[in-house]
Design a protein around this ligand. Sequence first.
Ligand SMILES: NC(=O)c1ccc[n+]([C@@H]2O[C@H](COP(=O)([O-])OP(=O)(O)OC[C@H]3O[C@@H](n4cnc5c(N)ncnc54)[C@H](OP(=O)(O)O)[C@@H]3O)[C@@H](O)[C@H]2O)c1
Length: 252
Amino acid sequence: MKRLEGKSAIVTGGTRGIGEAIARAFALEGADVLICSRKQEGVDGAVAGLQGLPGRVAGLACHVGRESDCEKLRDTALREFGKIDILVNNAATNIAQGPCLGFDDGQFDKMVEVNLKSVFRLVRLVAPAMLERGSGAILNIASIAGLRPQFESLLYSMTKAALIMMTQSYAIEFGPRGVRVNAIAPGLIKTTLSEFFWKDPARAEKLMTLQPIKHLGQPEEIARIAVTLASDESSYLTGQTIIVDGGRLLGW
Ligand SMILES: NC(=O)c1ccc[n+]([C@@H]2O[C@H](COP(=O)([O-])OP(=O)(O)OC[C@H]3O[C@@H](n4cnc5c(N)ncnc54)[C@H](OP(=O)(O)O)[C@@H]3O)[C@@H](O)[C@H]2O)c1
């Protein structure tokens, strides 16, 4: 029996990078998966690339910062699969890097809307049925930037730190009713979002000197942990943030 057989999942931002790898890993383990991102063509391309796996993959254009889009996402998953066992809050943005005093209100609001309010709304939309059924797993993709401050990254780090606290807050309330809530804090992973850090080989090499595991993290290395956290193998694990960073935070 596959590890996620009989389960259905939503993976936000599942059209590329870490989200796409999680969607693929879930479907390989037998889960039906609904992915989303903002652009229909991105969704169509990703869904086409995720066919022929043991689980069924469907897609929807959805901006997670918009409440009505989040409602559509939940409704589509229910229509396609009948229930939602796993919610992966993966979609996020980083629109502004720079000195702390250089950010404006609009940038602050945008970062909160996409990286946090989306999670707040999706949990509110999806968790009640999980709680009623007495089972479910919610997984939030945070970042090591939410555990240690990073230069010129106030807004991104702030949202990821808050996401870790949201994870813990949901976990203590939902645990007694059978719903586990965990987070993953990736280090540097080779995706579009992080290309500033790895596209220049000299910069990437320098960053690798800061961590014991000497290769650049790959999305699949996050996806494998996501499968474990989403599956019943993790039945005694909630409220945790699993750091998957090649040892970077050890600070050796
Ligand atoms: N890569 C890293 O080094 C790293 C490290 C730590 C944490 N993370 C976290 O890992 C998660 C995935 O990041 P990634 O590196 O895989 O990024 P990515 O390659 O840029 O992928 C992001 C995905 O989210 C979608 N997305 C962005 N904004 C969205 C919105 N408003 N509504 C719906 N979908 C949206 C993107 O599609 P569209 O743009 O087409 O909408 C895309 O599918 C994020 O939470 C990120 O903060 C990444």
